[in-house]
Design a protein around this ligand. Structure first.
Ligand SMILES: [Zn+2]
Length: 449
């Protein structure tokens, strides 16, 4: 099983300087490769990453673009992984673009990376990184202090250094053998979870778990800091005598104060994200650790985000991330994860008599069924989901042991993205959406375990 551990680096200022240059190199190489790709395509050729890399290797120590002021090749000061990996990434980006377009989905071709507007990151191959206690030994710079030791035993598959606000992080991708990836479950409950906006999660036990809503709490601060930052930009524009949109190719001078504001804003965004991730991790771990089966609704998140009134609240809770984490944690705890398809009317079914209450409106928090049962909308939905979980669990028990393995093999799209990308050991959700679940008349789609 592939897992990734992201660790903050306690880097010295020289190390941070190196990271910034390496990330800059990765960006510049990406842009070069993309420009070359586009140029060759326009000429009717069929570019590919290997050929482009060869072409790049031919010029990287000679072409004036890649020489410093003393006409020395500055690429020699950066480890080669940082400038070799963008080619593989570019290849993958184009492949994904073509695949999505062929599948009739919305697709965007890869774009150029702009300094300050893109993620600063670079790659380190698995044989170039080593861990010694609380230090990581990286190529070219040696030991870097880590905020915590690497917790995952197993084979290191690669690593990626990236920046978030003022800090650099190291994400290490580790391949764990199955028995090491397994975690001990602490309970055998069966739970249905209704993910919502007013409470992040309502359990079938009736428990309501509120999300910290970090974004809402920080909204005021965010507004103040964004405004301050925008004012500096306005001042810079006025200073340069520009009115209206900034013409293409014009770089405004960046004052010290504008830099300072940008950093404060980035720190606030990072803080919001940290609060959110912490909550989601704790919630999903708890659900998988205490239950042998968990059922959630397979929400149509992008559809819900299109509803502007709900979008902020939904994005703030992070539904998508909750589902992603449940999927891989369920595997680790050997918990059965059941995704109810998105047309399963979990909140409209009476959990006592099974009657279908057609007219339920979004605003109705409580309702009374014809059978006399009083329902809290969310708890009722959670109870219905719990039923599904129980059903799926019974079905799994009924299967002979051999088919468990077969179910497992195909479960959760467990094949992680191959190649260098490290940060997310992320399953491709896209494949799951609509794959089979609609034709599958029962309100169950592939049970994950
Ligand atoms: Zn009823």
């Amino acid at each position: 099983m592939l897992l990734s551990h992201r660790i903050r680096l306690e880097a010295t200022s020289e190390q941070r300087d190196y990271f910034a240059r390496a990330a800059g190199t990765a960006r510049k190489v990406w842009n070069w490769a993309l420009a070359e790709w586009q140029r060759q395509t326009a000429l009717g050729q069929r570019p590919d990453a290997m050929k482009l890399k060869k072409q790049f290797n031919g010029i990287k120590y000679a072409h004036p673009d890649w020489l410093d002021a003393e006409s020395k090749p500055w690429l020699r000061t950066i480890h080669r992984d940082a400038h070799a990996q963008p080619f593989a990434h570019l290849q993958r980006a184009w492949r994904r673009y073509v695949e999505q377009r062929q599948a009739g989905k919305k697709a965007y071709p890869p774009t150029f990376k702009l300094k300050g507007r893109c993620r600063d990151s670079f790659y380190i191959a698995n044989d170039k990184i080593r861990f010694e206690g609380k230090c990581a030994v990286l190529p070219k710079i040696g030991e870097v202090l880590l905020a915590e030791v690497l917790r995952l035993p197993g084979k290191i598959m690669g690593a990626c250094v990236s920046r978030e606000a003022d800090h650099w992080y190291l994400a290490v991708q580790v391949k764990l053998p199955e028995q090491l990836a397994r975690l001990q479950r602490q309970g055998d409950g069966v739970v249905g979870v209704d993910l919502g906006v007013s409470a992040a999660a309502v359990l079938s036990s009736g428990e309501k778990i509120a999300a910290p809503r970090p974004l809402r709490a920080s909204q005021r601060r965010l507004r103040i800091r964004s405004r301050r930052h925008a004012r500096k930009l306005k001042a810079a524009k006025a200073g340069a005598g520009i009115t209206g949109a900034i013409p293409k190719g014009v770089r405004l001078p960046v004052s010290r104060n504008r830099k300072k504001d940008a950093r404060a804003l980035a720190r606030l965004h990072a803080h919001i994200m940290h609060v959110r991730t912490d909550f989601i991790h704790k919630l999903t771990t708890r659900l998988c650790r205490e239950n042998q089966a968990v059922a959630i609704e397979d929400l149509n998140v992008s559809g819900m985000l299109a509803n502007h009134r709900l979008a902020r609240a939904i994005a703030d809770v992070g539904f998508y991330e909750i589902r992603r984490q449940l999927q891989y944690k369920a595997q680790r705890y050997n918990t059965l994860l059941v995704l109810a398809d998105r047309w399963y009317p979990s909140s409209k079914l009476c959990s006592t008599c099974g009657a279908h209450y057609i007219g339920l409106k979004l605003g109705e928090r409580n309702w009374i069924c014809a059978c006399g049962a009083r329902h809290d909308r969310d708890v009722n939905a959670a109870v219905n989901l719990q039923r599904l979980a129980t059903g799926a669990l019974v079905a799994r028990m009924a299967l002979p042991e051999a088919s468990h393995a077969a179910m497992y093999g195909t479960a959760a799209g467990a094949v992680p993205a191959a190649g260098g990308k490290v940060t997310p050991v992320r399953y491709e959700h896209g494949q799951q959406d609509g794959s089979g679940q609609e034709e599958n008349g029962a309100h169950l789609c592939a049970p994950f375990r």
